[in-house]
Write a protein that binds this ligand. Structure first.
Ligand SMILES: *Cc1c(COP(=O)(O)O)cnc(C)c1O
Length: 241
């Protein structure tokens, strides 16, 4: 595909996503400006990130440091905010912190400590979201990323106290297992409750990151401030990202 054809395809996809978000906001009685579109560019090349920036996208997300680090370097200088949304191992933290503005996947105390150490050299705090695994509510989900809802207060407290970090809010992925499987609206409503409790403790923790290509409408209805949209903008990924 030529660059011009790819640009036209991305522009058309962005238009469709924009219309979905506008309709979802209107139905929820929310302003469109309350919801930030974060385009998940994982598995797609830096050339697509560049085209997206030219088309007005200002927020991009990646989930694997190995792919994200060279891509972010290739796109340095573009007016983009970089979000990291993947499961994060402590040995990748130093690299991730070097190009990320927001980390959505903070789910354990050890990671808070590593992020805080790595963020020491930054000139402004790193925004951190607590990733909540709603299928761990009943101790069911294992192995996948995210903290159990009951672990959120302790993580929040650690983030608030950690030098170099700022507690910015919460994030979730609609669970594939457990009581919320197949019910993204109910899952996002539960995240909203957790987020409301968190804001009672720290009013600045206003970000709610929820909703992907298939369930952005449910997320907007439940108060998401950030939707993370990949395939609806870039197309189906050739392999699992
Ligand atoms: C890949 C990914 C997305 C985007 O998913 P799509 O279904 O492609 O929109 C959102 N959030 C996270 C954490 C992801 O890994």
């Amino acid at each position: 595909m030529t660059e011009a054809a790819r640009r036209a395809e991305l522009a058309a996809n962005l238009d469709r996503v924009e219309q979905r978000l506008q309709r979802a906001c209107a139905r929820a009685g929310r302003e469109r400006a309350e919801v930030t579109l974060v385009v998940v560019t994982k598995t797609y090349p830096a050339s697509d990130v560049r085209l997206l920036a030219e088309l007005g996208v200002r927020h991009v997300a990646e989930n694997r440091d190995q792919d994200a680090a060279p891509k972010a370097a290739a796109c340095a200088g573009l007016p983009l905010t970089w979000h990291f949304v993947g499961q994060l191992q402590t040995n990748k933290v130093r690299s991730v912190v070097s190009y990320s503005d927001v980390v959505h996947s903070v789910d354990r105390l050890k990671l808070v400590k590593a992020l805080s150490t790595a963020a020491g050299g930054r000139n402004r705090p790193l925004d951190c979201l607590i990733q909540v695994a709603l299928d761990k509510e009943a101790d069911e989900g294992v192995g996948r990323g995210g903290a159990a809802p009951r672990e959120v207060p302790e993580l929040a407290d650690a983030l608030v106290k950690a030098p170099g970090l700022r507690l910015a809010g919460t994030m979730t992925v609609a669970p594939l297992t457990g009581p919320f499987a197949g019910r993204p609206g109910a899952a996002f409503a539960r995240l909203r409750e957790i987020s409301t409790d968190l804001r009672a403790a720290d009013p600045a923790a206003t970000m709610v990151s929820a909703g992907m290509s298939s369930d952005m409408e449910e997320a907007v209805a439940a108060g998401a401030t950030h939707v993370r949209v990949g395939t609806a903008v870039l197309g189906d990924r050739p392999r699992l990202g």
